[in-house]
Design a protein around this ligand. Sequence first.
Ligand SMILES: Cc1ncc(COP(=O)(O)O)c(C=O)c1O
Length: 454
Amino acid sequence: MAKVDRYATSRAYLERASKTLAGGVSSNVRRGDKPLPLYFDHAKGAHLWDVDGNRYIDYVLGRGPLILGHGAEEVIEATCRQLERGQIYAAQHPLEFELSERICKIVPCAERVRFGISGSEAVHGALRLARAATGRKIVLKFEGQYHGWLDNILYSLAPHEDAMGDALHPNGVQESRGQFTAAESHVVVLPWNNIAVLEEHLAQHAGEIAAIITEPIMANTAVIPPLPGYLERVRELCTQYGIVLIFDEVIAGFRASLAGAQGRFGIKPDLTIFGKAIANGLPISCIAGRADLMDLIGNGSVGHGGTYNSIPPAVAAAVATLDILAQDDGAVYKKIEKTGQALMDGIRKIGERLGIPLIVQGYGALFYIGFPLGPVDEGQAITNYRTALKVDQEKYNSFVSALADRGVRVIPRGNWFLSSAHSPADVAETLEAVEASLIEVCQPAAAVALGASK
Ligand SMILES: Cc1ncc(COP(=O)(O)O)c(C=O)c1O
């Protein structure tokens, strides 16, 4: 009997959409979704349903924003209340300072804030600010990190092995055809978590460098934590050389802790970018940081604008989200950490029991899973982009598809996002799906013998 296609409607929609929508999707990263770019119908809490009626436990969470899960009631109510009062004023409204006051209270480096819509444009603004403040041109970024899709910084997120060059002195590799080539001379790429290489570079070139931009947790490649002392030394070097230190907390912000990664690690950057979790899924980003820097935007000498900046429903959503996140001494974070750790531990145990080597690293709120290609060192398995390449991506893609077949949705790059809506029952159901999927993908003979059910 022919196998039923559980994604038949999504498949048909994708084919239809592809005739008028470039690639059938609205963001290129979605093209790579496994088993295919699915179409969704509705979502609530930790779950979402596709157009074929399949229900998933969602660990994608909009690629990070949904820290409270889908459809968090207080956030929806605040958004709808504001929508009834007006969608956009192209002017000031009191919720703006309600939000900026909260951020300045919560986030160590935030003395002033400016709102935008996407993380990419907030990064763009922060880099412009750093150049204006220092009178220098170069931005230093790290291999494997992502700071948005704009020309001036879209370098070496996932460079091909043939192009990436020497491990200690990597090439800056453009990620897109058509990228503005002149930007190339304004971006330097170094390996992350290697302080000696950074010190050596700065000893020779610090006078040209306007900003060092870094994800404080390397969320976009393998959820790599900073090695002990690394960020502290980066901070010292930036202070020593008058370089603007920018933390890109688009993923870590309001996720690694209420005060972001900077609060979790106790390190104050000069500027920070937030997006994603700040409004639990409504579009808003911000640049936050030192008053003397932000006042260059404030006094109009550094350009910053946008029709949709601080659009009232999104600001209302952000105020409601931050109020929930701040309640009960961070109870939401304790819950997410506990749920995420239980899931990580459970996955590790299944791997050990089945004799399948796995890398599981990161934090309860955001972690990474990969299939190592060789023996894994004791301690932290992946510390930078080059070590992150030593995993079997094809096998992981099959694992992602096998999980989807069992009602668990994850990102092919290996990141798992958790929300306060995920329950112990979701964890138990997920672990069952993980075990069956690992057997199917890594031990197909055993899967046949067991008649592995989907
Ligand atoms: C660390 C980081 N910075 C910047 C961005 C860009 O944000 P946006 O997609 O909102 O433009 C992302 C997006 O995933 C990100 O992960």
